[in-house]
Design a protein around this ligand. Sequence first.
Ligand code: MN
Length: 155
Amino acid sequence: MAISKRIPERLIFPKGEKISGGGIANDHFTGTAWLQVLVPDDMTFHCPAFNVTFEPGARNNWHKHPGGQILLVTGGRGYSQDEGRKVQVLHKGDIVKVAPGAKHWHGAAPDSWFSLIAIMPNSQKGDAEWLEPVADEEYPVINPGADARSEGEHT
Ligand code: MN
């Protein structure tokens, strides 16, 4: 299990800048995450994209994207949940479409790092609306240690 807690320094894209957990103050996360801008927002495409990596247990607050969001999972094991729905367990290669305005959160499993590319279409519709943290009681532990076999985690 300890093996899957180690975040690779680089998967495909750089890990980027620490945005929580003792780095730059960020009220929208629990735990430590890193952010790398891959595609800056612009007035032609209105579709910025980010590489986001979470330490084990790290997740963002409940939030909404006015223009929706697409998540492309690149490594580790994590979760995504729309309000009122079951938690989805995510692995490398999984794709999640978050509908515009849907209240949701995403982040790492308690025992694994987690990395994804977040695509933010329709950025002209506005910034994310950040809400309350995901409480410990609603943050699930599902199949702990199930993915020590995962890619890129052997040394
Ligand atoms: Mn989101």
